[in-house]
Design a protein around this ligand. Sequence first.
Ligand code: NAG
Ligand code: NAG
Length: 379
Amino acid sequence: MAKPGILGRSSAQRSNEGMRIIFSAVIGVMLGYLFGISFPTVNITKLHFPSSIISYIEDRNSGITTQTLLNHAWTSAATHKKNNSASNSDEIPKIYVPTNPKGAERLPPGIVVSETDLYLRRLWGEPSEDLTTKPRYLVTFTVGYSQKANIDAAVKKFSDNFTIMLFHYDGRTTEWDEFEWSKRAVHVSVTKQTKWWYAKRFLHPDIVARYDYIFIWDEDLGVEHFNAEAYIKLVRKHGLEISQPGLEPDKGLTWQMTKRRGDQEVHKVTEERPGWCSDPHLPPCAAFVEIMATVFSRDAWRCVWHMIQNDLVHGWGLDFALRKCVEPAHEKIGVVDSQWIVHQVIPSLVTRARQRMEKHHGKGLEHAVVKNGGCSKQG
Ligand SMILES: *[C@@H]1O[C@H](CO)[C@@H](O)[C@H](O)[C@H]1NC(C)=O
Ligand SMILES: *[C@@H]1O[C@H](CO)[C@@H](O)[C@H](O)[C@H]1NC(C)=O
């Protein structure tokens, strides 16, 4: 009942009273502010949940995962905080983090794991001891079991530094276990699809983010003169973001660009038949490799993955469009001559389909598709 009292006093008393109210308000605000800035830096990060809260969460959400996650979030927040407090002592932990991936903005810093790998983990023991090796490269083959001998030979050209991934288009996977390496390979089985279908769906850039280089290969390649470690050395040395091994020329339609040259390590430009190249820095004279044995750097793949349309089947036209993903393309796309392969043209699902299409549409198909702007669609 203060109101009647104040109203009843003289104006001098009233202003005196007013001063006092303002003064205590100011003191209050200052104290609050001091509390505010000291509390979060000192304490919030060291706060432990009362065990009752933990067990409550456990009960609600079947436990251990939630608790581990929360603990992780809090420890990360704590270290984040400690690091920051040195430079910027009054930053308050953000709940809304705009740098988080879309859809995960509300997660606290430190809890977000936006990328992963294809490493196989154990079901027991310390997670930190799961991995004896962490391969830095990935090789994928799109395979049918009838090609097993060829794939076995190819896989042996890739060291333990490679994660091996097989896309099975014939539904046969367990048979491959006759090979020792099959047990550490990643097998994906979906019947009757082509390699770009698998690549789009199972090689998302965030999934394969751990790998420096990604080989996306057909199954019908002869690898007698190829060694993957040596290949990667050359690719690094020459700064190739998108590359392929030189192709031993065969009877089929072959671009000049991808033909192996005997006298050098790599080449990035070539000459084609007269009139084929409007610009010597553009495909098919440069900035160009084929798609049967393509090798991408991590960054290049992040771009190319986005360019692969969901209905892309055979990949026609993709070869001409790869250059959109690297700059300058005529320097970062090239062919490794001293590690080379043979295109064996063993009839497989893909090559049979290709032959059918070629018979149907005539030989110049690949070129025609591209000229018609079909960088993203099959013919
Ligand atoms: C703290 O910051 C330093 C350099 O800014 C960094 O090297 C270190 O990893 C950070 N610590 C943690 C726990 O994040
Ligand atoms: C695997 O990679 C490491 C690091 O680049 C290299 O030292 C080692 O020789 C590679 N292993 C093989 C079998 O080439």
